[in-house]
Design a protein around this ligand. Structure first.
Ligand SMILES: C[S@@+](CC[C@H](N)C(=O)[O-])C[C@H]1O[C@@H](n2cnc3c(N)ncnc32)[C@H](O)[C@@H]1O
Length: 470
């Protein structure tokens, strides 16, 4: 393999025969490298060794799942919104992040303009990272089974939390891993449901691997939909979002469940990039030093022996160092988004050009974490946190799609002087520019608080079927 260090910005055209989730043919990826740093550190392949040795990538594993899922009945509540010029939040919308990890989801929703107020996470190192990056968000470092939401919500007011988001552990559901319905980790979904039931957020966002949609012939996801319907979120939608279509330089499809308790649509971001515009791996990592670690920004990687380096040098893009570890130690393809990244005990994917695995910061860049987001713990612990995270950019576009709908909900709770009065006034209007129903609710009662019966009556119907309760 011959490498050439670029000395000035230049155009690098890489032709690939990659068949990705969304491309059915051949793709040509043009990568225009700009800037001094990039030119200093990008290595260009000269002898097309990779082109000759490359294997057919296995990037379309979830495609079957997506098709199976899409063949189901139509979801009238699912809406797709452009997030190219996102709407600003009209007020401060607060969210709660369950199974928060280091905070990939938190970071993305925060970037969209939502405010993280509390999070639950069992791992102390992930909590330390969360705390460092979101000092104003209260992180509960405990097993979610021991978490009592009313400890946090003080008076149990329905207005307190606008969104609950979270990614319960997914190994039990993963196509790649063991798919055991009795897996203890699958049961953690029920903890998520319990907390939503107690806090009653306006919207719920639940993230998981696409494999969840076909587990037990679709019974698992139907059980999840049923569980939320039973607690007042009857029209939950599910969609598989491919992170790469939103500018994440990584193929990372995720199943996103969205529900609300007002009978409103469940908004999803419109894909922004066609496959030929997906960001290639180089766009995210080429300016990081190839040989010099920078621990202060988590730019550290597993050091290999000479023998190991020699072995790695022989691994072609898409090939793995170990035949038996299908998903680990794989050489990244140049010119296209990264493969889905994961930690794998320090054996992350191999750099597309260098004979080493990628660093924790390179992983973070591929997940779209900003460089200011610093991970606590050892290098391997950082890789674990990063590999588990929702790409902040994916969470951000989900948040951007939610905001117009949050803006459309206006709940005013007005104290009433009469003990006998319990009535609601609803007003609503269709926004002509987008399919958002604006629902304005004024709830009067003797204690100045809205009550569950009022909301249940509301959420069980389409807004236009609602009759004011007088
Ligand atoms: C897939 S990760 C979530 C990643 C996170 N959403 C992000 O974007 O960074 C799942 C997290 O659940 C946490 N977890 C597992 N079991 C838990 C439990 N019983 N209580 C609380 N957190 C738990 C894990 O430590 C892990 O960080």
């Amino acid at each position: 393999m011959i490498r050439r260090k670029l000395t000035k910005p230049e155009k690098l055209t890489i032709e690939t025969n990659i068949q990705s989730e969304n491309t059915l043919g051949y793709g040509i990826f043009e990568l225009i490298m700009k800037g001094k740093n990039t030119a200093n550190t990008l290595f260009a392949m000269e002898n097309h060794a990779y082109t000759n040795r490359k294997k057919k990538p296995n990037l379309g594993r979830y495609e079957k799942i997506r098709k199976e899922f899409e063949s189901g009945e139509e979801d009238l509540f699912k809406r797709f919104l452009s997030v190219t010029s996102p709407e600003k939040p009209l007020k401060e919308y607060k969210f709660f992040d369950l199974f928060a990890g280091c905070g990939g989801m938190t970071q993305g929703l925060f970037q969209a303009g939502l405010q993280p107020v509390a999070a639950v996470e069992i791992n102390p190192i992930a909590c330390a990272t969360h705390k460092k990056n979101f000092p104003n968000c209260f992180i509960h470092n405990k097993d979610i089974r021991e978490f009592n939401p009313t400890d946090w919500t003080r008076d149990g007011s329905i207005e307190e939390i606008n969104v609950i988001a979270g990614g319960p552990p997914c190994q039990g559901f993963s196509v790649a891993g063991k798919r055991d319905p009795n897996d203890e980790r699958n049961r953690l979904f029920w903890e998520f449901v319990r907390i939503v039931k107690e806090i009653k957020p306006w919207y719920v966002v639940l993230e998981n691997v696409p494999g969840i949609l076909t587990m037990q012939k679709g019974q698992v996801y139907k059980t999840i939909l049923g569980a939320f319907a039973d607690i007042g979120y009857p029209n939950m939608s599910v969609n598989v979002l491919e992170s790469a279509t939103f500018g994440v330089p990584q193929f990372r499809p995720r199943a996103i469940f969205i529900a609300n308790r007002f009978g409103l649509p469940n908004p999803y971001p419109n894909p922004q990039l066609t496959p030929d515009r997906y960001l290639p791996i180089e766009s995210a990592i080429s300016d990081l030093p190839p040989d010099t670690a920078r621990p202060e920004i988590n730019h550290e990687w597993t050091r290999h022996s000479q023998k190991m380096t020699a072995r790695i040098s022989k691994v072609p893009p898409g090939g793995s160092l170990y035949e038996t570890f299908f998903d680990a130690w794989k050489r990244q393809y140049p010119g296209i988004p990264s493969m889905t990244i994961k930690e794998n005990h320090g054996g992350t994917h191999i750099h597309p050009y260098l004979d080493r695995v990628i660093s924790a910061r390179e992983m973070a860049r591929l997940q779209t974490f900003p460089d200011s987001f610093i991970f606590q713990g050892t290098m391997k612990q950082a890789m674990w946190q990063i590999g588990n995270a929702v790409p902040p950019r994916l969470a951000e576009v989900i948040g951007c799609a939610l905001i117009p709908f949050l803006n459309a909900i206006n709940i005013e709770v007005i104290p009433s002087t009469s003990n006998a009065t319990l009535f609601s006034v609803f007003s609503f209007s269709w926004h002509s520019a987008r399919p958002v129903l604006s629902a304005s609710i004024k709830i009067f009662n003797s204690k100045g608080k809205s009550t569950v019966p009022v909301l249940r009556a509301f959420s069980a119907n389409f807004p236009f079927l609602l009759i004011p309760l007088v």
